[in-house]
Design a protein around this ligand. Structure first.
Ligand SMILES: *Cc1c(COP(=O)(O)O)cnc(C)c1O
Length: 357
């Protein structure tokens, strides 16, 4: 006997990176920003605690959506917001990709949460292999032209490789199946890639998803959004209101607005991370690592003479957390989030010791 609905047996839940309870670890395993959010965010949240928590928040997050719309140069009715971009992704998969048995196209190396959502919603996945350099293979997607598919999802920059496609490649992807949605997950776009939001005006099938979690240092606030033409946003809103009409609380809406309004702070922190990434990449190469070109706030690296799982465990013994994925094709890589200069230095010293030991 079981209390669960029958479909639970088929679920393969996403496993997030470790959030350690031990103090003093150098945490480079979940691509959080190493810096705190803007002081204006904290002030806005404090203000919101004193103003009407007994009332429901605006279910449509109108002020926040207008701020996001201005940020992207689109109309407010082209913006959808959710409780972190993972929630926006799940609602979008439900709204756009459930086409009775037709497969959703994904690169075989990508953000594994997509597969978890597909299992949950009963969406069939067809994985298209990345090339030998772990780059998304445009030709493999082009080759599906004319087939019946549920849609396409691309993380750009891709996770966990950090490699980005240029805007013209995304536009080519949008044209392959114009009757289906191309979802571009831009969790890391601010660290060096071009946003597909520029395609939304002329491609009714493009949906772009972004988050405050990485480049705005607000993983703890849980705010993500989608940019797309109004019919796509209307569809997302229908699904949202069938599930949770108030996904963003008052504190999250206030903090998110303040984060987007403090552009100067954002640029300074973002530039610090990008600068540190470039130094880290060179120093890892000095230690003998092969490092993929990254447009994100992490690097993906492998050592020709050391097993990645063992290295990750040895680093943990030296109080440095990085992420290892025991998966086909990428099992010999480590994904290392870019920290502060001091954290990167601690990582490099620990790595040098591990490589000797
Ligand atoms: C971190 C991440 C997300 C999730 O972001 P949240 O807004 O914190 O839910 C989505 N997609 C990718 C590729 C990510 O790495």
């Amino acid at each position: 006997m079981s209390f669960t609905s029958p479909h639970l047996a088929a679920l393969v839940p996403y496993s997030p990176g470790e959030q350690p309870v031990i103090e003093g670890l150098v945490k480079l395993n979940t691509n959080e920003n190493p810096y705190p959010p803007s002081p204006r965010v904290l002030a806005a949240i404090e203000g919101a605690t004193r103003a009407g928590l007994q009332l429901y928040p605006d279910p449509e997050s109108r002020v926040l959506r207008s701020v996001i719309a201005r940020h992207h140069g689109v109309a407010p009715d082209q913006v959808f917001v959710g409780n972190g971009s993972d929630e926006v992704l799940a609602l979008a998969f439900d709204a756009f990709f459930r086409h009775a048995g037709q497969p959703l196209l994904l690169p075989d190396v990508s953000y594994s949460f997509y597969q978890s959502v597909c299992r949950w919603l009963g969406v069939v996945v067809r994985q298209l292999p990345v090339d030998d350099g772990l780059r998304v293979d445009l030709a493999a997607f082009e080759a599906t032209r004319g087939e019946s598919v549920a849609g396409m999802v691309i993380a750009n920059p891709n996770a966990p490789t950090g490699i980005a496609l240029p805007l013209d490649a995304l536009e080519r992807l949008a044209r392959i199946h114009p009757q289906r949605v191309l979802l571009v997950d831009e969790a890391y776009v601010d660290f060096g890639a071009e946003s597909a939001a520029a395609l939304v005006a002329r491609h009714p099938n493009v949906l772009v998803v972004q988050t405050l979690s990485k480049s705005r240092a607000l993983a703890g606030l849980r705010v993500g959004w989608a940019i797309g033409q109004a019919p796509l946003v209307d569809a997302l809103t229908r699904v949202k209101n069938s599930f949770n009409a108030y996904p963003l609380d008052r504190l999250a809406q206030a903090g998110a607005i303040a984060a987007l309004e403090d552009q100067a702070y954002f640029v300074r922190q973002r530039d610090a991370v990008v600068h540190c990434r470039e130094g880290l990449l060179l120093q890892l190469e000095d230690l003998g690592f092969t490092v993929l070109p990254s447009q994100a706030n992490f690097v993906f690296a492998r050592h020709p003479a050391h097993d990645a799982a063992q290295l990750a465990a040895a680093l943990r013994g030296r109080k440095v957390l990085v992420r290892h994925f025991a998966q086909p094709r990428i099992g010999q890589y480590l994904r290392i989030s870019v920290g502060t200069p001091a954290q990167c230095e601690q990582l490099l010293q620990a790595l040098a010791a591990c490589l000797q030991g």
